[in-house]
Write a protein that binds this ligand. Sequence first.
Ligand code: IMP
Ligand code: MG
Length: 344
Amino acid sequence: MPLIVVVGGWFGDEGKGKVVSYLGLADKPSICIRTGSINAGHTVNYNGRTWKLRILPSCFVNKTTRLMIAPGALLKIDVLFKEIEETGSRGGRVWVDANAGVIEDRHVESERSNEYLMKVIGSTGQGVGAAMVDRVLRVLKTAKEFPELRDLITDVSKEVNEELDRGGEVIVEGTQGGTFLSLYHGTYPFVTSRDTTAAGVISEVGVSPRLVSDIILVFKAYVTRVGGAGELPGELSMEEVVARGGWAERGGTVTGRPRRAAPFNMDLARRAVMLNRPTQIAITKFDALFPDARGKRRWADLPVEARRWLENVSEALRVPITLIGTGGEDSMDMIDMRREVMGP
Ligand code: IMP
Ligand code: MG
């Protein structure tokens, strides 16, 4: 009964969408659950198409996986229906927990007129934090109160527990940045409005930590952070970033703001491992470090230096690297070490 939790190890945009969409296609899980909220932007590239998902689970690429929104998640109704259309997921595929919170326009307006949040913290201004405040005050409306969601309502905790008891696979997709944007464990106050670590993600679903079989911690091959606020150890100047080619990302998925960049940071990675205690590590955008790795799908096809880099990181962190994303082009551009062994 595998329950797999996928979380980010840096400041978001690690490529969680890529990893989860690959797992959807490779493992064909029965259920994939999104936690967090619509400030997240998970990019999925598959079969020549690109999706930028803010609320639907990235496993949608596998047609047999049921897609669920966790009770601890906050959705916005227009965003949800837009993504159901874009992904062709109408009719019995998408399910929303009765207790999932609903962001309304007034939450968005409240954040956008909050100068501290927008200018100092650099919020994405999607209304997520404001809705969270209402939730804590017990005045936020939940999914069960909206007639337009009536056909999608379910009990996610019950569904997940029953599926695990039947022996099915369930994937939980963490969001809203990685470990260091966690409200409790990140670079406070320059963080998001919830706990983004594995423990926080699990609590949003309503499943016991005892049932977790795997935690996959996702590290991009370099570190990025959206916007100007908050520390980024080892930050490079924009000229240096541009000089490294693939590192110059076009901007945040949700805000379009520039992403600052830094080289892979072992101290940060160690702390992310300590906070999440992963059983596996996924490395994404590996081709940004080793261009010859681009598009490779087998360990044996990687250049020797690339293999050595992976072995060193795995050894230093004492966690196996099981998934290696080798290009942004397609969900299937992934080396899956769960099916291979490391070595020369
Ligand atoms: P907020 O959570 O929208 O208020 O934004 C607070 C901080 O977290 C800002 O620096 C955002 O850029 C960052 N942030 C929130 N969600 C994400 C995400 O999914 N990916 C990357 N950064 C995020
Ligand atoms: Mg993102």
